[in-house]
Ligand binder design. Sequence first.
Ligand code: B16
Ligand code: MG
Length: 217
Amino acid sequence: KQKAFIFDLDGVIVDTAKYHYLAWKKIADSLGFEFTHEHNELLKGVSRVRSLEIILGVGNIKATQEQKDKWLVEKNEDYLNYITNMEADEILPGVEVVLQWLKNNGQRIALGSASKNARPILEKVGILHYFEAIVDGNDVTNAKPDPEVFLRAAELLGAVAKDSIVFEDSVAGIQAANIANMVSVGIGSRAILHEAQYNFNDFTEIATDFLQTLVNQ
Ligand code: B16
Ligand code: MG
């Protein structure tokens, strides 16, 4: 059977959360409040604009729209500096083995990410060619847990929801997949991603037997 396999980007394919963190921390530092790794967890899968709102909430900072727009530009410029030197060694363990298996077995692959920088990142780490469709932060109006991003990706691959499988590291992303009636596979801690239908700590735990089961379902 041919299925649609939809991958989130940050936290699933690459660990860009650390770069988002450094870039946001710079903004927080300049405003004089502490922005910790725990705070950074709140930003996973969340859009850039919403991330800023959360950060300003942490620092209890009120600002005009003009000021917010300035910080958003600053943060992204800084983030782009961090990702500019990304290479294949930043692909998370086991990811490429899974992509290659899916490709070898005639399966269709799409990206479903909240990031507006998704395409250049896939290009830099050298795996853009696996993806038949890319739906990212530039294409959707409703953020996860709204299922829009995954529904669009499935549509572009010509698959119905029940023949679509989503790999996600964020709670909002797992919820989006479940709302869309897709198969949800959580990548990361079971304690956090307990709403996922399946759960693995990382892609090295995903055996081809499991992929074959998903294809046959
Ligand atoms: P950008 P994902 C999300 O990507 C990140 O998890 C989130 O932390 C980030 O704020 C968001 O992309 C927007 O990214 O500023 O590059 O547009 O996990 O949905 O792939
Ligand atoms: Mg993610």
